[in-house]
Design a protein around this ligand. Structure first.
Ligand SMILES: [Mg+2]
Length: 267
């Protein structure tokens, strides 16, 4: 018996599915076709679940959501209307509280100078990030990662990072903050959603297509069956080592649209 082939699309958001103004309008033709075929569209971003839920609702995606750089996977629990959809949360890395206990314990004992999301009020976070109050609240609703601003020397940061590492906590440089998180990445999210769909629809040959633009997407692209690199204006920023790598012809949502449409035309 030959298996039915389906695409499972796993995508980064910023500068991949979304343009700099958070619009996915140019990707709507491809999103519509995925919906018509019943091919799942999974978000896999460093954003929080609270930040991504409204987008899943707007796109009417009933798929799981991978949040906080693979730190957690949210599985939809009911098939109801998008705005009432509930998710079962599976923390893949370390719980944020565990990370906070270790990091704040080190700060208290060693006198390290840093502040993080757990130290700031929503208003302070909004002022620091330029987010609206509502966005800052959604961004602060973290379950598996803690962003911090390091206000101490580089030598002390290395000592701090070493101490964290002994507790299984990584310290990764993000755009504006350092991110403290467990030993997981977006590739763990790919594994989790692949398993989820293989269990739900075992008679399907799932082809995982991952799309991303930057360094924290590389592992996700390498864990997929088909990797799609979304370029920036100056060209691609990453070179995943995978058997099937494609390069979208344009940055962000327009490139996303073209890449998915051409894959759909082939199957
Ligand atoms: Mg991105």
């Amino acid at each position: 018996m030959s298996l039915q082939k389906k695409l499972l699309v796993v995508t980064d958001l910023d500068a991949t599915l979304l343009d700099h103004n958070y619009s996915w309008a140019a990707a709507e033709p491809a999103i519509g076709q995925l919906r018509t075929y019943g091919f799942p569209l999974v978000f896999n971003s460093s954003k929080t679940l609270a930040e991504m839920k409204p987008l899943a609702s707007a796109l009417d995606s009933g798929a799981p959501i991978v949040a906080e750089n693979g730190g957690l996977v949210a599985l939809p629990e009911n098939g109801g209307a998008p705005d009432t959809r509930e998710y079962a949360i599976d923390v893949k890395g370390l719980a944020r509280q565990t990370i906070l206990d270790v990091a704040h314990g080190l700060r208290a004992r060693e006198g390290y100078q840093f502040r993080g999301f757990a130290d700031w009020s929503t208003a302070e976070l909004a002022a620091l990030t330029g987010l609206s109050t509502e966005q800052a609240e959604a961004s602060g609703t973290r379950l598996a990662t803690e962003p911090i601003r390091w206000d101490d020397s580089e030598a002390n940061r290395l000592r701090f990072a070493d101490s964290l590492a002994t507790q299984g906590i990584r310290m990764l440089k993000g755009g504006r903050f350092w991110h403290l998180m467990g030993d997981v990445d977006k590739a763990d999210g790919v594994q989790a959603v692949r398993q989820y769909y293989e269990q739900r629809e075992p008679n399907v040959a799932w082809q995982v297509v991952a799309l991303g633009d930057s360094a924290n997407d590389t592992a996700m692209l390498e864990a997929a069956d088909i990797a799609v690199v979304i370029p920036h204006a100056e060209g691609p920023r990453i070179q995943p080592e995978a058997a099937h790598v494609r390069h979208a012809p344009h940055p962000a949502s327009a490139g996303w649209n073209a890449a998915i449409l051409s894959l759909l035309a082939e199957i």
